[in-house]
Design a protein around this ligand. Structure first.
Ligand code: SF4
Length: 241
């Protein structure tokens, strides 16, 4: 059955404002939204811009808004939308570069800020920095993040303050804070001990709701806050944190 796709279009080089364009397309049974977008681009308008790569919720490149919900287009089955009208828009909180493609720069800047890599002490031992699997249990939840920015786009704090570090970066920081191999100094957390860092979160859990990988970034933000408070207490007691 043919569906109506109402897709937000915007080319900053030629369009004064974003606007919707309507396409009629008959998806195959079990087609995902990504497959429909590709068909529309290939068969009707080659200028339609959208991101995709792996098609299996690993690359994190195909986040968008469909019928008002933030989702990955590869994971969204047209049949599951249960609607003849499919409204597709780019991720909020990020500037549109073209059509459904947004500028991820603020997301990556926040990610870089938290230094998202292991910082062990000393040289690498001959067998690497080994760790017991049980010690990684609290970390696994955060490792599955695919950096799709769905959480950042759903976050009301990021909407009102572009300086906010955002849920994905803070959850990634917590992933390393909890890693027994990571020995980053407590002082390195100072950059998120701010109103635009860990203390900016409104704790409304929109990030948890939209995350396609069940990372639950808000848990990580709470963890970073606990770490910051514990560090302050230790310093008050004159102990090394
Ligand atoms: Fe995407 Fe979830 Fe990672 Fe946020 S935490 S970037 S929603 S995978």
């Amino acid at each position: 059955m043919s569906k109506t796709f109402k897709i937000l279009r915007f080319d900053p080089a030629t369009d004064p404002e974003p606007h919707f364009e309507v396409f009629f397309h008959e998806p195959k049974p079990n087609d995902s939204l990504m497959e429909s977008l590709k068909d529309i681009r290939d068969q009707q308008d080659p200028s339609l811009a959208f991101r995709y790569s792996c098609r299996e919720a690993v690359c994190g490149s195909c986040g968008l808004v469909v019928n008002g919900d933030i989702a990955l287009s590869c994971r969204t089955l047209i049949a599951d939308l249960d609607s003849d009208l499919i409204v597709v828009e780019p991720l909020p909180n990020l500037e549109i570069q073209k059509d459904l493609v947004v500028d991820m720069a603020p997301f990556w800047e926040a990610y870089r800020l938290v230094e998202p890599y292991l910082q062990p002490e000393g040289d690498v031992p001959p067998k690497g920095h080994l760790v017991e699997e049980k010690d990684m249990e609290t970390v696994f939840q955060y490792i599955t993040c695919i950096l799709c920015a769905c959480c950042y786009s759903a976050c009301p704090v990021a909407t009102r303050d572009g300086r906010y570090v955002g849920p994905a970066a803070l959850a990634k920081l917590y992933r390393f804070v909890k890693d027994p191999r990571d020995k980053r100094p407590f002082a390195s957390l100072a950059k998120v001990d701010t109103p635009t860092g860990a203390w900016g979160c409104d704790t409304v859990f929109r990030c948890n709701d939209v995350c396609p990988k069940e990372v639950r970034p808000a848990d990580g933000i709470e963890g970073v806050r606990r770490k910051l408070v514990a560090g302050r207490v230790m310093r008050l007691l004159g102990r090394k944190s």
